[in-house]
Design a protein around this ligand. Structure first.
Ligand code: ADP
Ligand code: ZN
Ligand code: ZN
Length: 804
């Protein structure tokens, strides 16, 4: 017997293991691990992944696989194994692990249908729903749901006359174009040409074309090249002179661009010293993790490029991860112009189809380099020679949904499997990484100088409290105002940076202090100027700004704080001559708009670029000589032990945008807490001191990298339920873990309610707890049933980055 072990697409604890299915005779030797199949599961048909093929099963009666969905495995052996690791590591379901590795086009989508089980039962159906089944046996669930007769349908399902069926929809849409090619060799074409009547001059011109270009061509192209109508081709096809085929083509978002080829630069001494141990580890096929620590502009990317070149020469493949927001065309260009068609690019701006096509190129081994954001770490290569993570400190490498993985951990795990090195690059490494590098767990490589010896920009820190005291109520300090004015006069460019879109633009009553909160979540609504609406960034609730305060009826209710829109308005007032480009989520949500705005700025179509953190990265324009940070502290007060680290990283990065070329750069940082070490040290671009200081604080307060964390969050509509469950979990953890582990909680989460669900949490701080994973799994198992019936949610994050 031939039995397939299948993980079914039913994310639940009970189904988080392989189920046995009989392989039908027609599919024996065809089905392989890593392919998707459709299998019966209870009353449904679901998609599943074959993980193994065996010859017998301990179960006597097996159901049979219904259908095979793939011709070749879509997950290779290594990725199947990686899924086991990911499942253990993040406590996710196996099916979620598979799905996160695949492009969205390959995720199953189900259509829900209602089916009449047997025509004989038709007369017994209640009259009101009979018309739905006059001519067909199945109807869409939606039609039933919208019929106003849903209860009748339900009754018939309960009676067994109707059946609910899930039908898997195959969403992959390969793009095909019609091609035309000669059906005969040259002599044949010549002969048939002679036979054509002289009046068929159009057909003759087509034959002549193929005599000089004997290759298939897109039908559309030959039509336009020869200015002929499709009937001409049709005639030739009917005569058997040409034939038509469909060919799969890729949707290539970069196809319209040409990339000038670049060749490797001669490395500086520092770069040569840094790259040497990496090349050595490639030669010896040895796994090792390198931290390439170097300020912005110190030539890290060139080191990546030459490392990849070496890997390609050895016949292997490479993955480069770049944070989503720095996956700018500039960044992509650098890889495409060095490696041309060898590069696939994966990022969230692509359509589902484009993503699938880029993924296919990797799977079909048509490219050997993948450049992409977080999920590109799962690129289906089979002979990896290097994995590079640029800006390794970026928190976007951590996925905040299941599976809650960190791309850095996945990179290291994959690189171990392939015995290849990993390069982590950053000007401001995460504390965890730097600590490991200092301990020698990672190999530290340093680039200390900026290319071309350009000096780092000079930084001024302005105390905004002082400004206020001296009567300046504007959001621009006098220093920043003067400098912007000066740049406008000199026709140089300024970048103004605001932390987080609309972070502090809430609506408040000036008389009583009432703040407009979301009715579903315990958090204030964010004001959006352009449509006069307030919006909740957690649940999407939207409403208009009240004309009077609901508390005290005062009319002095207005928005506070500084969103990008408000700054733009203010700029318009104080520098009416300045041309401003604003970049935030509102202005860049449409596809391609990000790039358009940046291009416009690069081409000098604006004097000031105003934006949120999305402008902190990747900008490298020669004419930027001033960077202003409007309020450095907005991030400092988030309830997150990494808030100082994030502030330092961001300020350092933003400052790095100025003066990267010939013109010297200046930076102005405005703050209400100028004495904070992360602001002072970012001003001095002194990572080493920041590291010392922050490590001390982490040590004292027991945070990573000295301790590991695990965060358990419980949410439910009833507050008492949430507290009760969190308390039980806390007790269970205390009883199972050693007394070295600290268990903090239960406490309300810092956003205590989201979408009408209360949220409580407990945090485990620990150094070494062999029982932890098993205990956390037990907690999930135990509450599984309840979560089905009551909507209780328990989420566990073994490496939390967002503590809210
Ligand atoms: P980073 O990635 O550290 O920000 P880059 O690799 O982008 O630094 O280098 C900064 C600039 O210096 C780029 O314009 C790059 O082309 C240039 N550069 C890098 N290495 C060299 C080199 N060895 N010789 C000349 N120019 C270089
Ligand atoms: Zn009021
Ligand atoms: Zn809300």
């Amino acid at each position: 017997m031939s039995v397939a072990k299948v993980i079914v697409d039913v994310p639940a604890q009970q189904t988080n293991k392989p189920f046995d299915y009989r392989i039908p005779a027609s599919l024996i030797n065809v089905i392989k691990p890593g392919m998707r199949v459709i299998v019966p599961f209870g009353p449904r048909k679901v998609q599943g992944f074959v993980v193994d093929i065996v010859t017998e099963s301990q179960f006597p009666k097996l159901r049979e696989i219904i259908e095979l969905m793939d011709i070749e495995p879509i997950l290779n052996e290594e990725l199947l194994e990686l899924a086991d690791w990911l499942t253990d590591e993040t406590l996710c379901y196996k099916i979620s692990a598979f799905q996160v590795m695949l492009p969205p086009a390959l995720k199953a989508k189900y259509e829900k249908k209602l089916q009449l089980k047997d025509r004989k039962k038709f007369p017994s159906l209640s009259k009101s729903i009979q018309p739905y089944f006059y001519e067909q046996d199945t109807i869409d669930w939606e039609d039933a749901a919208n019929s106003g007769e849903l209860s009748q349908f339900q009754k018939e399902v309960a009676n067994g006359a109707l059946e609910v069926r899930y039908i898997v929809k195959d969403r992959i849409k390969k793009k095909h174009v019609k091609m035309v090619a000669p059906a005969l060799p040259a002599e044949g074409l010549l002969q048939r040409k002679e036979e054509l009547s002289k009046r068929s001059n159009k057909q003759i011109s087509v034959i002549n074309y193929f005599l000089s270009h004997p290759k298939p061509i897109e039908r559309q192209k030959i039509l336009s090249t020869l200015s002929i109508s499709s009937s001409v081709i049709k005639g030739l096809v009917e005569k058997g002179i040409l034939y038509e085929t469909m060919e799969e083509v890729y949707r290539d978002p970069y196809q319209d661009r040409t990339f000038e080829r670049t060749s490797p630069l001669k490395l500086t001494d520092e770069q040569s010293i840094a790259i040497k141990p990496i090349l050595q580890s490639i030669n010896e096929q040895r796994h090792e993790v390198f931290l390439l620590y170097g300020v912005t502009g110190s030539g890290k990317t060139e080191v990546y490029l030459q490392t990849i070149q070496k890997v390609l020469q050895g016949g292997k493949e490479g993955i480069v991860l770049v944070p989503e927001i720095s996956l700018t065309p500039q960044m992509v260009n650098r890889f495409k112009s060095r490696f041309g068609d060898e590069v696939a690019v994966l990022h969230s701006g692509l359509s589902v189809g484009e993503k699938y096509d880029e993924w296919r190129k990797i799977q079909r081994k048509e490219v050997r380099v993948a450049v992409g954001a977080r999920s590109a770490i799962f690129a289906p290569f089979e002979n990896l020679g290097i994995i590079i993570i640029d800006e390794e400190h970026e928190t976007s490498y951590k996925q905040e949904d299941n599976p809650r993985y960190h791309a850095r951990d996945v990179a290291i795990e994959r690189a171990k499997n392939y015995s290849c090195p990993v390069i982590l690059g950053s000007a401001t490494p995460s504390l965890e990484t730097f600590a490991r590098a200092k301990k020698g767990v990672y190999h530290l490589l340093t680039l200390s100088k900026r290319m071309n010896e350009h000096n780092l920009p000079s930084v001024d820190i302005v105390d905004m409290r002082e400004e206020l005291r001296e009567g300046n109520r504007s959001m621009f300090s006098r220093l920043l105002y003067n400098k912007i004015e000066d740049r406008l006069a000199k026709k140089e460019q300024t970048v103004l940076f605001l932390n987080k879109r609309g972070y502090s633009s809430f609506v408040m009553c000036r008389d009583c202090g009432y703040v407009v909160d979301c009715p579903n979540c315990d958090i204030s609504l964010t004001y959006h100027r352009f449509n006069q609406q307030m919006k909740c960034h957690y649940c999407g609730f939207e409403t208009i700004v009240p004309a009077v305060c609901p508390e005290c009826s005062s009319e002095h209710i207005r928005y506070f704080g500084t969103g990008t829109q408000k700054v733009e308005e203010e700029l318009g007032k104080i520098f009416p001559q300045a041309r401003v480009i604003r970049m935030d989520i509102d202005t860049t949500s449409r596809k391609g708009s990000h790039e358009k705005l940046l291009n416009a700025f690069q081409e000098g179509k604006a004097d000031i670029l105003l934006g949120t953190q999305m402008i902190a990265k990747g900008l490298d324009f020669p004419n930027i000589t001033l960077v202003g940070v409007l309020s450095a502290d907005t991030m400092l007060h988030l309830p997150d032990f990494r808030s100082s680290e994030k502030t330092f990283q961001l300020l350092t990065q933003v400052s790095g945008r100025a003066g990267r070329h010939e013109l010297p750069g200046e930076v102005v940082i405005q703050t209400y807490t100028p004495e904070h070490y992360s602001i002072i040290l970012a001003g001095e671009q002194d990572f080493d001191q920041f590291y010392q200081k922050e490590m001390m604080i982490r040590k004292i307060s027991g945070y990573p990298p000295f301790y590991y964390l695990a965060l358990v969050t419980v949410s439910h509509e009833e507050l008492m339920k949430v507290i009760d469950v969190t308390e039980k979990i806390t007790k269970l953890l205390s009883s199972r873990l050693s007394n070295q582990a600290q268990i903090l909680g239960p406490v309300a989460s810092s956003i205590p309610r989201i979408n009408n669900k209360y949220r409580y949490q407990c945090i485990v701080k620990y150094k070494k707890e062999p029982n932890l994973t098993a205990t956390l799994k037990k907690i999930l198992d135990y509450h599984q049933q309840e979560s089905y019936s009551t909507g209780l949610q328990i989420s566990i994050d073994k490496n939390p980055y967002i503590m809210m």
